[in-house]
Design a protein around this ligand. Sequence first.
Ligand code: PAF
Length: 277
Amino acid sequence: MIKRIETLQDLRALVRQSERIGFVPTMGALHDGHLSLVRAAKEVCDTVIVSIFVNPTQFAPHEDFASYPRTVEKDCALLEAAGVTAVYMPPVSLMYPDGFATSITVDGVSRYLEGEFRPHFFQGVATVVAKLLLHVLPDKAFFGEKDFQQLQVIRRMVDDLNMPVEIVPVPTARDEYGLALSSRNAYLFPDHMIIARSLNKVLDAMIVDMQSGLSPKDVETRARDTLLKNGFDDVDYCTIRPCATLAPVSSYNMHEPHRALVAARIGTTRLIDNKPV
Ligand code: PAF
């Protein structure tokens, strides 16, 4: 049976006797995307610890914290089959004890995109990830490129605070139609799937448009029109940004690495995806 750890004392006992710890933080509702992080961790680490904690502080009051899928038994079975050493499931009282008053704000890269549409989000993520890293004390921590901006925010935090951990990015896992795997795909009705599966093709088209010389404004207008025509109800953003800052640009500097990023809604389900340029 996989070790299930709920206290810091038990976790530290494991950490003390482990070498080369790989850490995969999750909010559960695991899918093959999470398992690809586990596989990446297992390749280079001796001990792999996965956390499951649905972090209340990264959800706004109107968001889906209460209904976020919780599938702990299935998750633990998947992690056991994947050869994970232990699953860490801290209670809310350990993560946010009474009187909790500390939070981490990462400026710069968190200002745009998700930061504009979910202003609470990155402070919640940075704070919980910092705590989890301090709990698990891993050598390497694995994050999916599916949440590219989150990855950049965490890299910034780890660099700025000289945290002794290597952040390892793992490419987005996709289904056979190219749809990025996400726990929130569970909210999609079958006819929504067809719409959702067009998202990654719009990203490809944006990259082609950029490379054929269209301006950022024209790339975005064309992508937004296509998304709405494909059946998305609303588009928060569809844009190509320099990876280093994720700040808006009026023209592309083709010598810099860029990322195409989209957030769009089908009904109440909000999907995000991105691809490297
Ligand atoms: O990407 C996620 O699942 C979450 O944002 C994370 C990193 C586990 C923090 O709660």
